[in-house]
Write a protein that binds this ligand. Structure first.
Ligand SMILES: O=C(O)CCC(=O)C(=O)O
Ligand SMILES: [Fe+2]
Length: 333
């Protein structure tokens, strides 16, 4: 007999927001493992535990780390269990999102090792669930923008081979947007380290701070990246950032289409066009990803290098200009 851990709200009405969600028709006896339940609900926020609600095996309590996450799961699901059944593509053409490209084995195992050693030799900045390093310009998570006054210096030399390879990336855009022009000083880089199971909430990288092309190199461990396209009028309200801030799941969050792609270590992802602007991207908080018939365990860590071009106005309204010789300056208005 499972001891009841959670009581009913007093008087049967929910007067206070709770971070725990009671879910019926859900559990091992209806074919859903606690891990699967945890994964499925984690698109709404961090799931801290899934407990049997009683001994039927068909009712559970999903515990989130915050009441708004529980609320958004409840609002979105409205009685339905989230079937996390999106099939995960392995190639961009299988995925079918305009502007999304993936190149496998973009770096060698040796290069991957050198890149990881290089970042591990430098200080990390701790965010709530992951660690980051910023190069080029500081990204300010509180205002979701780049501060052009905080130029951190040129990108470190250990990323030069990557920048060189990026310049050889098949250019999907027109010639005026040739990536080679962006390399000298316009790119700023972030290195994100995700512990096992930790993901990233749905967001669109800030339009005003970053230009169209966003490159993300996956190292050390695999994960999947999911994409959501909200029905008209909805995604603007959840426009978030390249930060670890939780997406504001306001609006009709259940009204979207979803796609997913597998990101193996050493692969390079390019988001441009629709992939960059029309779809939210995120990394679901999973310990295991289902890719076709394979169940792929998340590794001890995944480290991603994200390269963006600072091309638009920054938080202080200034335009960052750059020159081919590697100098840059900020034009004041
Ligand atoms: O880790 C990744 O591959 C993506 C990171 C990301 O989307 C971001 O930092 O905006
Ligand atoms: Fe992003």
């Amino acid at each position: 007999m499972v001891q009841p851990r959670f009581g009913r709200p007093n008087g049967g009405s929910v007067s206070e927001a709770s971070s725990n969600l009671y879910v019926a028709n859900c559990g091992p006896s209806v074919g859903l493992s606690f891990d699967a339940i945890s994964s499925a609900f984690s698109v709404f926020g961090d799931v801290t535990a899934v407990h049997p609600a009683d001994d039927t095996g068909a009712r559970v309590v999903v515990c989130f780390d915050s009441a708004p996450s529980a609320r958004s799961a409840m609002d979105a699901l409205d009685g339905r269990f989230p079937e996390d059944s999106v099939s995960v593509a392995r190639t961009a053409s299988e995925l079918g999102i305009d502007g999304l490209y993936i190149l496998h084995e973009f770096v060698t195992i040796e290069e991957e090792k050198e890149l990881l050693e290089a970042v591990d030799g430098r200080p990390w900045k701790s965010l709530s669930k992951r660690r980051v390093q910023h190069y080029g310009y500081e990204f300010l998570y509180n205002i979701r923008n780049v501060d052009s006054r905080q130029f951190l210096g040129e990108l470190p030399s250990f990323v030069y081979p990557i920048l060189k390879k990026i310049s050889l990336f098949p250019d999907p855009g027109n010639s005026e947007r040739r990536i080679i022009n962006q390399l000298t000083v316009w790119i700023c880089g972030s290195v994100n380290e995700y512990p096992p199971g930790v993901g990233l909430s749905p967001h669109i990288d800030t339009h005003s701070a970053f230009d169209e092309y966003i490159f993300s190199l996956s190292l050390a461990g695999p994960c999947i990246m999911e994409f959501r396209k909200y029905s008209k009028g909805t995604w603007c309200s959840v426009l978030a950032t390249s930060s670890n801030l939780e997406a504001e799941n306001s609006g009709d969050v259940s009204n979207y289409i979803k796609k997913a792609i597998f990101l193996p270590p050493r692969s390079m992802l390019l988001m441009a066009g629709d992939a960059r602007y029309a779809w939210h991207h995120y990394i679901p908080h999973h310990k295991v990803d289902k890719v076709g018939d394979d169940l792929i365990q998340r590794a001890q860590r995944r480290v991603s290098f994200t390269f963006r071009k600072i091309g638009c106005r920054t938080v202080d309204g200034n335009q960052i200009l750059s020159f081919a010789d590697g100098d840059s300056y900020v034009e004041h208005h």
